[in-house]
Design a protein around this ligand. Structure first.
Ligand SMILES: O=c1ccn([C@@H]2O[C@H](COP(=O)(O)OP(=O)(O)O[C@H]3O[C@H](CO)[C@@H](O)[C@H](O)[C@H]3O)[C@@H](O)[C@H]2O)c(=O)[nH]1
Ligand SMILES: [Mn+2]
Length: 983
């Protein structure tokens, strides 16, 4: 094609030889490290791409079935199919026939209608009683303490409002189930009726993106394990590509990935042969259950032992990498130093001898980080220096595992070999290490920027129509999960699905889940409920995207997309508005006139996507290949699966070259990346915004809960890290609130309840202001001797009772339909208050500062504890880690004041002549309610020993007694209203 013609500057390319190198000697992968000159020679030169070419000559678009004339041959075949069916005695309409041909791949699993009905009734009851209660509260002010009354009523109104925002989107919870067997029958069997499998497959390609940013906080061993779990997934290997984005640009990560690629050669066939689960070696070998249960192969025990030893060695190697890199670099650097010194000496001698004009050479050589082949690492150096620091280094792309061929490579059993892989496909998916270029002066946009670089690089190198995004610590726990996700995409109407979100599940969390790290309320209640509306939000990891949805295209309309006899491939979506038959997908076909396109304007693509012509031409291919072909698929027309979709262009130098080009930092200049295309910039919670933009366009997403869990990750379990994580999320929400991505501004395609859910995401941090106020009310009331109401009347108590009971009832029902435990629900409530009085509050301040003063918000990575390096005696040692942070001040103040308040009020009432028992009771009740929620926080402060709290209690007691004595003294000396001063 026209690779060479692009007027973009030409990168300097060095081919890294791998002979004799550390990892090269173990492996024989093709190595490309391509360095791009620092400043763009002729800047983002807008390249006008000859789209006519593509239009008139479909053959230039690689890998499309067009060249093989599908359209016509399919049409020819259609009657046969129909005849066949009719002859079987099913005289249905065409649609129904096609429906029969492709069984549904997903279905709705009903939640018990009784529970849902009760749930909805309770919601209504609570709404009504809340309204009545608030009216009653407004009508009955506490004239003795108006300020207390006013504060409390304002807070209560807000709480009612925020509860409503949270509750309404939960009216239609659903569960979806997938049918992997049907998927197999449709895409991988020769004859769908008798399920005869071929080794070929028509499943669509998936590009897996793994993000890592810091080799210290995200141990390379964790990332390596994640990679191994991806490489061994149960999905056609030629359809799978894995990309690692390293924002740290660290040689450590790079070499760990190379190690993983080499260990995969043992690990992956072993998993395939013995159907290992999970396929993350660290987790697998750490399993507590009997590994031999259910395993029939006689050689399993021996091979498992062998692979386990291999893994131990692998771990040792990976853990030693940082040391070996340092030692290697030191050796090279001292050699360089000696060279530099000699050069200098030489120069000095020359100068002394005669008038030697050469400038003085540098005496000290830079402290470089060296690769094993004796060249400088183009990324970040251990001692960062110019062009080799985290924020300033070249683009790096390295193909660690070449794309596999189309046909299985079956190893014949070696007699004496330790592992017998006879009959096992030993191919591995493509694995690519990517570190995008970073330069000072360019905003790299955190994770969103990293993902966008991968989207472009992968479009050129493999162009999978689907993209799965995983954080480096989230590994594949269920090797069939990819298939589950694809079921939604390939189902009827699957082309309107923008992404399939899997729940985030966590490991290594303390059994009582003190800080609600598992977030089960969010993942099992809120997201399941959204699944019944327009789909769950995107939560950053474990999400399978449709590439074209990421590209910012609109979904096909419900009323379009079918055009007799076929749709229009070139326009992406056909123009004739006609109701789409339930099952018929469209055929690819080029139409030459491009007018009247309301969705994808091809002439605009270069402007939106940037100057890479390879990227631009890949867009349509991905669009086509991601279509649910279930009904018209070649396999349905007498062709064997894989005959059309298998062929993949081998990776050539031009492609890698271009991939390097599109990950340079200037590539996005004057394009719409991050604005309308790809992951959206401008928020530390890029995930919510990115998903929101898709829902806003009318796309549908799905929630895919699998058994066993599809993916698993780690979460911070100590209080400080947890608070900082929550702080980041809440800050992101405030950013969203103050941006154009506020759900209020969304168009009509965003469904009403979905809009409320997104509104809630933007608004919830603001609740913290009211929570904070409300938590100070009990001590205020206890000190002042007043209560939020004048006297505890019957109606107040009845309202309170109804509202509380409704909440309890709703909790029980939610627990019932979601399957979480009541304890988890309660933990969530507790952490809601803890986060609300600390992190959310700071988030609001930060967000407002950003809006007013433009102060940027940094992305603080959460540290991941290294697998395998665990404390032997205590799995949860991290839980007791105490690191002071200013975020802890407000909750601490609240705890102390509430305790002091109770003690003070008790003392005062006891010593008082006319004790106000009811006010004491009311105030104490509220204070106890606050303290109960704060309990996990207090426990966190205690650390392991539990010494701190005693002091808190003692102090509180002392202060309270002082206050009471003071109060009595004042009271006795008849100074009226003396307590007002104290309050
Ligand atoms: O400049 C950056 C910063 C972060 N990351 C990656 O982003 C991921 C998430 O970071 P982490 O600190 O683990 O955040 P969590 O709070 O655990 O993550 C959740 O919330 C984030 C948004 O706040 C999302 O980006 C994540 O995907 C989602 O799992 C990690 O893989 C990082 O390597 C980058 O690639 N580049
Ligand atoms: Mn994480």
């Amino acid at each position: 094609m026209m690779y060479g013609e692009s007027p973009i500057r030409h990168p300097r390319i060095s081919h890294v030889s791998n002979s004799g190198s550390d990892f090269g000697s173990r492996d024989d992968f093709t190595s490309y490290i391509v360095q791009v000159p620092l400043t763009p020679g002729n800047n983002p030169a807008f390249v006008s791409i000859q789209l006519r070419d593509v239009d008139s000559n479909p053959a230039t678009v690689p890998n499309t079935p067009v060249e093989t004339d599908t359209a016509s041959s399919c049409k020819d075949d259609e009657p046969d199919q129909t005849d066949l069916r009719i002859s079987e005695g099913k005289k249905d309409e065409d649609d129904t026939l096609l429906y029969k041909l492709s069984p549904p791949l997903t279905r709705i699993v009903k939640i018990s209608p009784i529970i849902i009905a009760l749930y909805r009734i309770l919601i209504v009851v609570r709404v009504v009683s809340l309204v009545l209660f608030l009216i009653w509260r407004i009508k009955n002010p506490n004239n003795k303490a108006i300020w207390l009354w006013l504060l409390s009523v304002i807070c209560e109104i807000w709480f009612a409002f925020s509860w409503l925002l949270d509750q309404i989107p939960k009216l239609y919870p659903v569960n979806h189930a997938t049918d992997i067997e049907a998927l197999k029958a449709t895409f991988e069997s020769l004859n769908p009726d008798d399920d005869e499998l071929t080794e070929k497959s028509d499943l669509p390609g998936i590009d897996v993106f793994v993000s890592t940013a810091d080799a210290e906080k995200e141990p390379p061993l964790v990332t390596a394990n994640t990679i191994l779990s991806i490489l061994s997934v149960d999905y056609p290997v030629q359809k799978l590509s894995c990309y690692v984005s390293d924002d740290g640009g660290s040689l450590l990560t790079f070499e760990a990935m190379a190690e993983a690629a080499s260990f995969a050669k043992t690990w992956v066939p072993f998993c395939r042969k013995h159907m290992i689960e999970p396929r993350n070696p660290e987790s697998y070998f750490g399993l507590k259950r009997d590994p031999y249960k259910g395993k029939v192969r006689h050689d399993f025990v021996r091979e498992r032992r062998y692979v386990k030893r291999g893994y131990e060695e692998f771990k040792v190697r990976v853990n030693a990498l940082s040391h070996s890199i340092r030692r290697r670099s030191d050796a090279y650097n001292s050699k360089e130093e000696i060279k530099a010194l000699e050069k200098w000496k030489h120069w000095k001698v020359k100068v002394e001898e005669d008038q030697y004009k050469e400038p003085r050479p540098a005496l000290v050589a830079p402290k470089a980080t060296w690769m094993s082949d004796g060249t400088h690492w183009p990324g970040t150096w251990a001692v960062p220096c110019l062009h080799h620091s985290k924020g300033d280094h070249a683009s790096i792309i390295q193909v660690l595992l070449d794309p596999p061929g189309d046909t299985p490579v079956l190893r014949t059993g070696g007699e004496g070999s330790a592992l017998d892989f006879e009959g096992i496909d030993i191919r591995l998916p493509m694995l690519v290490y990517v570190s995008r270029e970073k330069r000072p002066g360019y905003d790299h946009n955190k994770k969103a920027g990293a993902m966008n670089a991968l989207v472009r690089a992968s479009a050129i190198m493999s162009n999978g129509p689907f993209i799965l995004n995983l954080d480096c610590d989230h590994y594949v726990n269920n090797s069939r999960a990819f298939r589950d996700g694809i079921c939604f995409m390939m189902d009827r109407d699957g082309d309107r699905v923008c992404y399939v979100q899997f729940p985030q599940r966590f490991e290594g969390i303390d059994p009582s889940d003190r800080y609600a790290n598992k977030n089960t309320v969010f993942f099992d209640i809120n997201l399941r409920a959204l699944d019944g509306i327009q789909g769950p939000m995107y939560v950053g990891t474990g999400c399978l995207f449709r590439r074209t949805a990421l590209y910012g295209f609109n979904p096909p309309d419900v009323f379009v997309a079918y055009q007799e006899p076929s749709g229009c491939f070139n326009c992406c979506f056909p123009r004739i508005k006609k109701r789409r038959p339930a099952t018929v997908a469209y055929e690819p076909e080029y139409c030459s006139d491009n007018e009247d396109q309301d969705r994808v304007d091809i002439s605009l693509i270069p402007k939106q996507f940037g100057s890479s012509s390879m990227l631009v031409s890949s867009v349509k291919v991905a669009e086509f290949q991601g279509k649910p072909l279930a009904t018209i698929h070649p396999s349905r027309r007498g062709r064997p699966p894989g005959s059309l979709t298998e062929s993949r262009e081998p990776l050539d130098f031009a492609m890698v070259n271009e991939a390097v080009n599109v990950i340079s930092c200037w590539y996005e200049d004057k394009t719409e990346w991050g604005i309308n295309v790809g992951w959206i910039y401008g928020s530390v919670t890029e995930d919510v915004v990115t998903g929101f933009r898709m829902h806003e366009k009318g796309w549908r997403s799905f929630y895919c809960v699998t058994e066993p869990d599809a993916f698993r990750g780690t979460a911070p379990i100590n209080l400080t890290d947890r608070l900082h994580q929550v702080l980041r999320w809440a800050t992101g929400s405030v950013e969203i609130f103050f941006s154009r991505n506020n759900a209020i501004f969304a168009g009509r395609k965003l469904k009403f309840l979905q809009r409320i859910a997104y509104l809630n995401v933007g608004i919830y941090p603001f609740t913290s202001i009211f929570i904070l106020t409300y938590c100070f009310l009990p001590p205020l009331s206890l000190f002042s001797g007043h209560f939020v109401v004048e006297t505890l009347t019957g109606s107040f108590l009845v309202y309170l009772l109804i509202i509380t009971l409704c909440l309890c009832g709703l909790a029980v029902l939610e627990v019932k339909w979601s399957g979480i435990s009541l304890e988890e629900w309660w933990r969530n409530e507790q952490f809601w208050l803890i986060g609300g009085t600390s992190a959310h509050l700071v988030a609001v301040l930060q967000g407002i500062l950003k809006v007013i003063a433009g102060i940027e918000i940094s992305f603080t990575l959460t540290s991941k504890s290294s697998t395998g390096a665990d404390d032997e005696d205590d799995d949860f040692a991290d839980l007791y880690l105490f690191k002071w942070t200013a975020l802890m001040i407000p909750p601490l103040t609240i705890i102390i004041l509430n305790i002091v308040g109770i003690l003070f009020a008790v003392c005062r009432t006891v010593f008082s002549e006319n004790p106000q028992w009811s006010n004491l009771l009311g105030g104490t009740f509220f204070a106890a309610w606050v303290l109960l929620h704060m309990y996990p926080f207090a426990k966190g402060l205690m650390g392991r020993g539990g010494r701190t709290p005693t002091i808190v209690y003692v102090w509180s007691g002392l202060i309270a007694i002082c206050f009471s004595l003071l109060y009595i003294t004042i009271k006795n000396s008849d100074i009226d209203g003396g307590w007002f001063m104290l309050a």
